[in-house]
Design a protein around this ligand. Structure first.
Ligand SMILES: Cc1ncc(COP(=O)(O)O)c(C=O)c1O
Length: 381
């Protein structure tokens, strides 16, 4: 038998196995699919999606209000301008930037480009699920690595789990839902240890809320480690979650591979104009950061006064240990028109609350004190 026959047989075997796996696997829709979510009641205090309650910069609002002159044209000009502005911000070239319909489209493109049924994705458990959801659609295996006892990514264990079969290693920093960070030095050791055949995706959706001096962006690792890409979004600090714009920074080759997966003309002209002026409005970013981090600090101080256990957070949300399954607790908040959560299967007793405006966060705390009075919280702890 010739080598060619052998390799044809091997190829047919792999194809047959992949097809069998594809058809045998139950269809599970992506967890974060908007069509599957419960509608939010009108007038509710929305503390469930880690949105920025202060919204876009006033300059972005003006750009959105005044978008009719550009609505009939394809968005090429603004698309290029946003890429150029981001390239300048990160001191890279345009070829190193990729725009997505939210950073979710970036994460989907990552999976589409780097995973298949023979590849796996290594990620913390729990973490933001999009990369894992789309991996499931592609019939790729997930390799979940539990968080450390202090609810942080266990990077040494994640690195050890990365093999030649690993297509993607996903690090969410700060992590959603725990709000914890990995330090610059921990990340430096991780990028060194992971095989260069795996794409390391560092999701920095909450970058702007982290104020721990040991934290820094993974962008610095890209020149020496071209298998690193960083995902960012306009949904959080820029207050534009409904506008759907995110981006990746990376070396030319992986960015080009991801670009092949995107919908052509995936930018919206009005949103791109709003993003362009937002990038130049440092005052709005600073003001959102100061207000939201100030409210986070206030909330954490109140939780401490109540002796309620919580995970110290570096993002615009906090995880509280309720000492009991949070499913009914979330419903009790909903009955008071305050939307919190969701429940995370790996941390069923923890309630995630987004930092809202100061009055919104005060209303959350007042409801919490009614739903779980302090004494019972102490007993549960
Ligand atoms: C860690 C993380 N990454 C990415 C996203 C997706 O954000 P978007 O698609 O709005 O940019 C979210 C949304 O909450 C998130 O928490």
């Amino acid at each position: 038998m010739t080598a060619a026959t052998n390799s044809r047989r091997e190829f047919s075997r792999i194809v047959a196995q992949s097809l069998a796996a594809a058809f045998a696997a139950p269809h599970v829709p992506p967890l974060l699919d908007a069509a599957q979510r419960k509608p939010t009641p009108a007038g509710a205090v929305r503390l469930n999606f880690n949105e920025n309650p202060y919204g876009p910069s006033p300059k972005a609002r003006a750009a959105l209000a005044d978008c009719s002159p550009i609505a009939n044209r394809y968005p090429d000009e603004a698309y290029g301008q946003v890429i150029a502005a981001l390239a300048q911000k990160y001191n890279v070239r345009s070829e190193n930037i990729l725009l997505g319909c939210g950073s979710t489209e970036i994460l989907r493109a990552v999976d589409d480009a780097f995973l298949d049924p023979s590849k796996n994705v290594v990620a913390a458990a729990p973490t933001f699920e999009a990369v894992l959801d789309y991996a499931r659609v592609l019939h790729s295996n997930a390799v979940p690595i539990p968080l450390t006892v202090d609810h942080r990514h266990d990077l040494p264990k994640m690195a050890a789990a990365c093999t030649s079969k690993t297509g993607v290693a996903y690090v969410c920093n700060p992590n959603n839902p725990t709000g914890t960070i990995v330090t610059r030095d921990e990340l430096a050791a991780f990028v060194q240890a992971v095989p260069p055949s795996a794409l390391i995706v560092v999701d920095e959706a909450y970058y702007d809320f982290a104020d721990d001096p040991r934290y820094s962006s993974a962008v610095e690792f890209i020149p020496a480690h071209p298998n690193v890409i960083v995902a960012r979004t306009f949904s959080k600090i820029y207050g534009m979650a409904g506008m759907r714009l995110g981006y990746a920074i990376g070396a030319k080759e992986p960015i080009a591979r991801l670009r092949e997966q995107l919908v052509q003309d995936n930018g919206n002209a009005a949103v791109l104009q709003a993003a362009l002026v937002s990038l130049a409005d440092n005052d709005h970013v600073a003001s959102c950061r100061a207000q939201l981090n100030g409210t986070r600090q206030w909330l954490c101080a109140e939780l401490t006064k109540d002796s309620r256990p919580f995970i110290p957070a570096q993002a615009n949300f906090v995880m509280l240990d309720m000492g009991t399954d949070v499913k009914p607790v979330i419903e009790q908040f909903r009955a008071r028109n305050i939307i919190v959560g969701r429940r995370f299967a790996a941390m069923p007793n923890f309630l995630r609350v987004t930092i809202g405006t100061q009055p919104e966060t005060e209303s959350f705390l007042a409801a919490l004190r009614e739903i779980a009075p302090v004494r019972s919280a102490r007993a549960a702890a």
